[in-house]
Design a protein around this ligand. Sequence first.
Ligand SMILES: Cc1ncc(COP(=O)(O)O)c(C=O)c1O
Length: 430
Amino acid sequence: MKYHDLSREAQEMEYQTVQAEFDSWQAKKLSLNMARGKPGREQLDMVSDILNVLAGPEDCMDGALDVRNYGELRGIPSARIFFAGLLGCRPEQVYVGGNASLQLMYDTVAKAYTHGLLHSSKPWCKEEKVKWLCPCPGYDRHFKITESFGFELIPVPMTETGPDMDLVEKLVSDSAVKGMWTVPKYSNPDGIIYSEETIHRLASLKPAASDFLLMWDNAYCIHEFQGEYVPFPDILSLCAAEGNGDMVFEFASTSKITLPGAGVACFACSEANMAYITSVMDAQVISFDKVNQLRHVKYLKDKDHTLELMRGHAAILAPKFQTVLRVLDRELEGLDIASWRHPKGGYFVSLNTAPGLAKRTLALCRQAGVTMTDAGATFPYGRDPRDCNIRIAPSLPSVGELEQAMTVFCCCLKLAALESLLNRESALST
Ligand SMILES: Cc1ncc(COP(=O)(O)O)c(C=O)c1O
């Protein structure tokens, strides 16, 4: 029964029961971590043959190119072909870098700040104010990048079909709005796939800023753990068809395909952007780790082969997500204190508590030995105005640990809800 429909007496009784359960969890002195979306050990072991694909100097040729040596700033040809196949764009539009797409994202924003982009009249550091659109809940590390350059972060609510496009279209009429974060497939943390209409409206935006930068982070482009692979459109050609070819930079990586500590990342952009940005990068680096790029091409081969590998990840991840969802259903269904999403891909389950409960719930979790991503982290500046969104990361713990951690989590959420109904928080928070 809904907690708020219970009589005060029944709420008191439930409170005593849940408090006793919380005390017993606390006595167990657990140490469980569901804070970050890291692949689990089993996933890393599954792909560790990648470490053996290059045995000697004779394996280090990409056609006529010796990958051990300097050169090829844009990445080795076979890796550019590989990522173009994955993303559905052309190899000339692909830049293959080091192990982290976040680094490439940061660097793109940094280039805009220090040098300006292709269509900037001046570097952004010379602008009086730079504003940035942040669909939320969203990825905390995205927000951190643009916050670190002093940009003003503007929250844009997520809907079932992606960011609220009516609001986005209105906001981009301000020439101080220079860019926007997006995660078009299995958004972090909601696991939402942007609809065709949303993608089309994004590709055909008419921003007042001539150097508006659409950051298209396709981190989870082939990362379904349930059901068939869901195809996605090539954002570069969609933007080009709308006369916006130079507006978008797309990012992806193999962090959650092979090894996050030693993967390969890329960005894709128009040829004009490629010429401009690599002319600026030329002063920065001669080339990234091309040996690792070749290792990845030899191991992953092509998109079809990689999709096959992703089914192996799915087989490991699916039972973990199912455990999280099963415990949420079992413990919280019908209480009307939270709602949660049922993603089919990506790395997170996003849960919204009744307003005002997220921080308290996670503080209680910490006391009981369960660490989760901080409440508020999914919003710009770490401030969730309704204090309700919680990001659950099921990938790292085992199924057994997840069962326990989620049961503790639900107990903490129930306790937070009952404290709030009974005005008990002050007594407990000491
Ligand atoms: C949306 C999104 N982008 C990027 C990353 C990190 O990517 P990389 O390892 O390539 O830096 C993550 C990791 O959780 C993510 O969720």
